[in-house]
Design a binder for this molecule. Structure first.
Ligand code: GAR
Length: 192
């Protein structure tokens, strides 16, 4: 990843599909002096994403893409990214798989947060699967995005203990708390 020179910050887009707690956390982090990135665009594949509220709250541009014609819309996403001079992409609960072509255009410049200790539990329902398998540990991973789902190089991970009383909801909450620590730390690690 390119090194930072002087005060230049990397123009970044965050892609979301839902609540946006990671988005909010990344925006707050981006406002710190030490942050290597600024958030210049929020992309969502649905206008129902609650996280879109943070675009209004923090006065950040947003783009919502109707994914019925996904290939066509990926082109539109790329146009928007180019227009905003976006150089880096953080996926934060973006529940749509990006095409190979798209990923190639931003090769090594897209990262994702996943709610498991990868390579365990790629895909969905990570917490329920960890509980069902009686795992002692769960956690979250920030990794580079490659065309193979949840398989790119790992940047950082945080672990949490799974207690006997944990269910899907309590584990999700615990892991999310760690996600909010992990994502900024991973961004710092990449650019420093
Ligand atoms: C987070 O737990 C994130 O790790 C997960 O979606 C949630 C989004 O929460 N991402 C994935 O499952 C991606 N495969 P948020 O909208 O509150 O940030």
């Amino acid at each position: 990843m390119e090194k930072l020179t002087g005060l230049k910050k990397i123009k970044t887009a965050v892609f979301i599909s839902g609540t946006g707690s990671n988005l909010k956390n990344i925006i707050k982090f981006s406002k710190l002096k030490k942050s290597p990135i600024t958030i210049n665009l929020i992309v969502s594949n649905t206008n129902l994403a609650k996280g879109l509220q943070y675009a209004d709250q923090f006065k950040i541009k947003k783009k919502i893409f109707n994914l019925k014609n996904y290939n066509e819309n990926e082109k539109n996403i790329l146009t928007s990214l180019k227009k905003e001079k976006i150089k880096f992409i953080c996926l934060a609960g973006y529940m749509k798989i990006l095409s190979k072509k798209f990923i190639k255009k931003f090769d090594g410049k897209i990262i994702n947060i996943h709610p498991s200790l990868l390579p365990k539990y790629k895909g969905l329902n990570t917490h329920s699967r960890a509980i069902k398998n009686k795992d002692k540990l769960a956690g979250c991973t920030v990794h580079y995005v490659t065309p193979k789902l949840d398989s790119g190089k790992i940047i950082l991970q945080n672990k949490v203990k799974i207690l006997a009383r944990d269910d899907h909801t309590s584990l999700k909450k615990k892991v999310l708390k760690q996600e909010h620590k992990l994502y900024p730390a991973a961004i710092m690690k990449i650019f420093n």
